[in-house]
Design a binder for this molecule. Structure first.
Ligand SMILES: Cc1cc2nc3c(=O)[nH]c(=O)nc-3n(C[C@H](O)[C@H](O)[C@H](O)COP(=O)(O)OP(=O)(O)OC[C@H]3O[C@@H](n4cnc5c(N)ncnc54)[C@H](O)[C@@H]3O)c2cc1C
Length: 317
């Protein structure tokens, strides 16, 4: 049995782990990946100490820091259920079952889906949820970014250097992204913002032409999206679709923990949930504003709260 299990190794989970290790708390980290959304960010210009650093670079620095400590790390493993049992917390994963006196849930968020015809069929066949991972595949192509917030604008800005034309399809009357990002996107002649528009379908076909051998020639790829504007539907020819319409919390595996209407785990100022011994930190919680520096700070606070909890509850719950 461990003293602490941390679920997730994004900025919140990694920082919690570093603080826990420095307090000599025997810790197991269970995570699907290392870096979380931070590794997917394009340019990060608001993490203290770095005027500019790319998301993957910052995530690498987090990982380097994490690996300096003597912690048990289970990568490529997903928590499926976290439950309180007698005087401990049990975590069931897709690979096993573990027990600890306390748990910090730091499982962050995942991309929200559009829920329109063609979305599932064309996923990874021209449609993607990760600009940082996939933008380089769209060199010289026309693409649509769906959304109007910071993530959408971050994707559009990354694509300026790569794609030919970038349409930002925004459901609202105005973009909601930070003004500095809007200015960066609108400053490029490649970018067209289409407000008050809803995507209703993703369309595709087998690409025309022969030439270079490519896997993509054997199956259908995105070649257009259908959008509805002022009651009228129209086709917009694009070869790429970047879905950036927000995020859902990864909180389903903690059924006993109280959540808000968005599914975020409710925590008090000490990162304690309604279940004694279960703490939470970062984007998965109802703490306002979702940022790397906030997630990291919350992770550190959660680990310090666990330290106090373990001292005051020497035999667990
Ligand atoms: C495109 C993009 C750009 C961004 N740009 C910025 C920026 O410039 N500046 C900024 O401050 N913030 C930015 N953000 C937001 C920032 O990345 C997040 O606020 C931050 O990463 C949240 O950290 P977290 O640790 O709470 O969660 P996450 O980063 O989401 O990490 C969650 C971790 O939990 C793991 N996990 C999830 N489910 C499970 C499970 N069931 N079992 C085990 N492990 C699980 C994941 O694999 C991951 O390791 C951006 C986000 C995106 C998507």
């Amino acid at each position: 049995m461990f003293d602490l299990i941390i679920i997730g190794a994004g900025p919140a989970g990694i920082t919690a782990a570093i603080y826990a290790a420095r307090k000599r708390i025997e810790t197991l980290i269970i995570t699907k990946d290392i870096g979380g959304q931070a590794a997917l960010s394009g340019d990060v210009e608001n993490y203290t100490g770095y005027q500019f650093i790319s998301g993957p670079e910052l995530a690498f620095k987090f990982e380097e820091h994490l690996r300096k400590f003597d912690l048990t790390l289970k990568e490529n493993e997903a928590a499926q259920e976290v439950k309180r049992a007698a005087n401990l917390i049990r975590v069931r994963t897709d690979k096993g079952s573990y027990e600890a006196r306390a748990v910090i849930i730091a499982s962050g968020k995942r991309s929200r889906e559009l829920g329109v015809p063609g979305e599932k069929e064309f996923k990874n066949k021209g449609l993607t949820y990760c600009a940082t991972c996939d933008a380089p595949l769209f060199s010289g192509k026309d693409v649509a970014v769906i959304g109007g917030g910071n993530s959408a604008l971050d994707a559009a800005i990354q694509l300026i250097k790569i794609a030919d034309k970038i349409y930002i399809i925004n459901i609202a009357e105005n973009l909601s992204a930070d003004m500095i990002m809007q200015q960066a996107a609108r400053g490029s002649p490649k970018v067209t913002v289409i407000n008050n528009s809803r995507v209703t379908a993703i369309l595709g076909d087998k690409p025309e032409g022969n030439g270079a051998a490519s896997n993509s020639r054997s199956h259908k790829m995105v070649n257009a999206i259908k959008i509805k504007k002022a009651g009228k539907e129209e086709l917009l020819p694009v070869q790429g679709v970047f879905v950036e319409i927000g995020l859902n919390p990864n909180s389903e595996f903690a059924p006993e923990v109280e959540k808000n209407e968005l599914g975020e785990l409710k925590v008090d100022p000490y990162n304690q949930t309604n279940i004694p011994g279960i703490f939470a930190a970062g984007d998965v919680t109802d703490v306002p504003e979702k940022q790397i520096v906030i997630a990291a700070g919350e992770g550190s606070k959660a680990a310090l709260s666990v330290f106090k909890y373990l001292i005051t509850n020497p035999r667990g719950l």
